[in-house]
Structure formats: C-alpha cells, structure tokens
Ligand binder design. Structure first.
Ligand code: SF4
Ligand code: SF4
Length: 300
C-alpha cells in the first residue's frame, strides 16, 4: 500500500486558501530555494533535526538508540544518517527537546481520518484541506487519491505547488483541485537557476497549460530584497500572467523566521544575501498588479 511521507500537519491554517484549513505538508522537493521556509521538506527521506544549543550532553539518546547511530564527535552529539532508522526513540528520551525526527508515514485512511476531524471548521468558515510541501506532487499517486477522496466528501481542496513537476501530474489532479496556489519566484531564468537550483522554463510552461484547463489559480510570489524585489521582475510577471486565466495574486514579503531550522539541519543559511523589502516597495508592487486589474493580497 502506498504511504505518504508527511512532515507537518497544520491545523486551523488561515494562510493556505480560503477559510479555516488543515494543511498537509508533504516531504520532498525538486527545488532548493535559498530562502526556503521549510528546508526540512527538501529531502525526500525522514531526517533527524538536532538543536545543539538545547543539548545537555546527557547521552540518553545514545543509550536509547537501537541502531548505535549516535556518537559524540568533537564534543558534539552526532547522528549517523546511514545507520539511523528514524524510529523516533531518541526524540522521546531527549528531555530537553534537542532532537526531532522529521517525516512520518501515513496511509490514505490515516490521513483522511486527520482531514475529516476538522470538517466542522471547514463547513463553518468556507475552508477545507490544502496539500503543500515541499512539492506535494512528487508524491502524486498518493496526492491524487487523497484529493479524490476529499472531493467525494465534498471538502474544498487547494494544492500549493512550485509547478516543477511533469505537467501530467497537474493534469491528473486538476479535476479534484478547487484551487491551485502556484508559485512564481523569479522570471529571470539565470537567477532562477542560481537561487532556486533549476530553470523556470518547465514551471512557466506548466502554468500556461494549467490555466487552459483550470480557472482557479492564485499566484503566490515571495518578495525578497536582494533576490527579486525589483520592478522589472514584477513587470515581467504581469506581462506573463496577463495572457493567462489568472485573477488573484498573493505577495509574500520575506522573513527569516525559518533560520533556526537550517542550524538544526546543519546546513548554511545565506542570510546576508536576503532581507525584508520595505512596506513602501510591497505597496508599490501591489499597486502595479491592482492597476492591471488583479485582486492582490499581501501575505498568504
Ligand atoms: S538526549 Fe538530548 S540532551 Fe541528551 S545528549 Fe541526546 S540530544 Fe543531547
Ligand atoms: S531515530 Fe531511532 S535509529 Fe535514529 S538516531 Fe534516533 S533512536 Fe537511533
């Protein structure tokens, strides 16, 4: 039976589509955005997050580990990812909360049970379920089944996608998706490759094709000073989406709230390259879209 690898289930979410929603975050992503808010989503496998600052070197985790995956190197508690089976025991035994296993497998029945628990909130608020990530469509078979079952229960569905997948995946779920939240991050392909790790050609061409078969697409644009907070990027985006069947845009100003996660994963965060755009600039970009007839929201 296919299982999904989910790294977070966010209840009462109000930033991932209309009303109150439950958002399921799927693990795995083909992109590696410099500012990614969910760096723990990028790897397709489960991972152990370790907060060095919380660790008191009690070594309870080492004692608990059935795989002998934990050792001390240079006075730092270290996990051998090759030996680790992600059983979660060390997390339970770590009293200061320095360890966290990210990623959990769910069957379709288990995930549906989670989704249906909040039906009363969806009904009262006009909300529903959002699948996000990572890139949820990298687990397309499971996501398709999930969306199909949600629609059979008459629940509103939204899919937050980078668009960096085969078009076939978008096509397969379009019938069961009420709303696509589709990211445009950079119109300049060279910058896209540099800051996101892949070309934007597939993403933009998929958006063109999707807008021909689906009329519920909102564009989501992270705005990051130092990367894409310039008029030219906004102009080019407007020029591109004007040809398409799109009416709503979300502008998402950068923040560095996820920085601590990079530390826990032991990967570098290039903070010096990015900063929050000014409120004036965001307002200017918002007005540029409004002038072209778009409904614009700042934030999710
Ligand atoms: S159990 Fe937690 S606090 Fe103790 S050594 Fe392991 S990681 Fe550090
Ligand atoms: S998750 Fe399990 S196998 Fe991995 S380090 Fe912790 S106790 Fe060991």
């Amino acid at each position: 039976m296919t299982k999904a690898n989910i790294f977070n289930i966010q209840k009462f979410s109000v930033h991932d589509g209309p009303g109150i929603r439950t958002t399921f975050f799927f693990k795995g992503c083909p992109l590696s955005c410099l500012w990614c808010h969910n760096p723990e989503s990028q790897n397709y496998n489960k991972q152990v997050l370790f907060d060095k600052d919380k660790c008191v070197s009690c070594l309870s985790c080492q004692e608990a580990c059935p795989e002998n995956a934990i050792s001390v190197k240079n006075n730092i508690v270290t996990t051998d990812e090759q030996l680790c089976k992600h059983c979660g025991l060390c997390e339970i035994y770590c009293i200061p909360g320095a360890r966290q296993v990210v990623g959990k497998e769910y069957t379709i029945e288990e995930i549906m049970k989670e989704a249906l628990k909040d039906r009363v909130f969806y009904n009262k608020s006009g909300g529903g379920v959002t699948v996000s990530g990572g890139e949820p469509l990298t687990q397309i078979d499971f996501v398709e089944d999930f969306l199909k079952r949600l629609k059979a229960e008459n629940i509103h569905t939204a899919v937050d996608t980078s668009g960096a997948v085969n078009f076939d995946s978008l096509q397969r779920i379009s019938e069961y998706t009420d709303l696509f939240l589709y990211d445009i991050k950079l119109m300049d392909d060279e910058k896209h490759k540099r800051y996101i790790g892949a070309s934007n050609k597939l993403i933009l061409s998929n958006l063109e094709k999707l807008s021909e078969i689906h009329d519920g697409i909102n564009i989501r644009m992270p705005i990051i000073e130092g990367i894409n907070a310039d008029e030219n990027h906004i102009k080019k985006t407007i020029e591109f989406i004007k040809k398409l069947n799109i009416k709503k845009v979300n502008l998402l100003p950068y923040h560095d709230i996820a920085m601590h996660k990079y530390k826990k994963l032991g990967i570098s965060y290039e903070k010096e390259k990015m900063s929050k755009p000014s409120d004036e600039k965001i307002q200017q970009f918002k007005n540029m879209f409004i002038d072209e007839g778009y409904e614009v929201k700042i934030g999710g």
